[in-house]
Design a protein around this ligand. Structure first.
Ligand code: SF4
Length: 297
């Protein structure tokens, strides 16, 4: 198949006036609601490119999001998608996966939705190793609801609810994911578009709970309050402060306000998924019963 030079997406042709990803977007819903300089458009573009590169049957892909600016992506992609209630995309996605394990279920949401309100669901889905692909766009703040402090806000950073600086220790998301049981964990920033797409392709083709954190600018709230400039300034900061350390221990990838951002693929292991474990156990139970019945006969 031909390689499209503009998009880098195999098999996607571009006609004049049309963006190569147009057919994968619900263009009738555009323009999107995201602010100028927001990283969400970049991340959504990488997500679509990754889906196409992974050659997954798009009819079997389902995107589930919760509430928040990131969650709007589910409404823009031209795939089967669900925009669920606040904090609940993982239980919703779990239901979809259990009902039809053939589906490739992607949870695409923000840090406030997945890690604050939905934090409990996050750790238990990882513990069970449910075959979900979870993309968390982390802008260190609650964006859509007005810039409140989140469980990802670095100590010292200001938010509307912490005008003197956040004093709570934030979650280190890769460590949280790994220690809960995720089999694939990576972190990138919105600057790392190709790395994001590569990680997504790997995660989509892996069995088990896969987690990708993407640090992304919220110029309207987080960047402005913390005097970090606009979207472009933030991209420059990401470029300067990011250090790629594939295989780094997730214990060591905390993000301090103004400090370096360690990015890379941290975890890529094999562990039986919930379905595989259930399957194996049921087979054993049936075998034992059959053997018991044979013995009695
Ligand atoms: Fe993006 Fe922040 Fe605007 Fe939401 S509020 S669209 S996260 S810049």
């Amino acid at each position: 198949m031909p390689q499209d030079e503009t998009s880098g997406v195999t098999g996607v042709s571009e006609s004049p006036g049309q963006h190569p990803l147009d057919e994968y977007l619900r263009v009738e819903r555009l323009p999107h609601i995201w602010c100028p300089g927001c990283g969400l458009g970049i991340v959504t573009g990488s997500f679509l490119r990754a889906l196409l590169k992974s050659r997954i049957d798009l009819k079997k892909v389902v995107v589930v999001s919760g509430i928040g600016c990131s969650g709007r992506a589910a409404g823009y992609v031209n795939l089967d998608s669900f925009h669920t209630t606040h904090g609940r995309p993982i239980p919703f996605a779990t239901g979809l996966h259990l009902a039809n394990p053939e589906l490739k279920v992607v949870v695409y949401s923000g840090d406030g939705d997945l890690i604050a309100i939905g934090g409990n669901h996050f750790i238990h889905a990882a513990r069970r190793n449910i075959d979900l692909k979870v993309v968390c766009v982390n802008n260190f703040i609650y964006g859509m609801t007005g810039g409140q402090v989140a469980p990802t806000t670095p100590v010292g950073a200001t938010a509307t609810t912490t005008p003197y600086g956040c004093f709570e220790r934030p979650f280190n998301l890769p460590f949280l994911a790994e220690s809960s049981g995720a089999v694939y964990v990576a972190r990138w920033t919105a600057f790392h578009v190709r790395h994001i797409a590569r990680s997504m392709v790997e995660a989509f083709n892996k069995k088990g709970f896969s987690f990708i954190e993407i640090i992304s600018p919220c110029p309207t709230l987080y960047q402005r309050r913390n005097k970090l400039g606009d979207g472009l300034d933030t991209m420059k900061i990401y470029k300067q402060k990011s250090v790629i350390k594939n295989g780094a221990s997730t214990r060591d990838v905390d993000i301090a306000f103004g400090g370096e951002i360690i990015v890379g693929k941290f975890v890529d292991i094999e562990r039986p998924t919930l379905h595989q474990t259930m399957d194996q156990q049921f087979r054993q139970v049936l075998k034992d019963r059959y053997a018991g019945a044979g013995g009695r006969g």
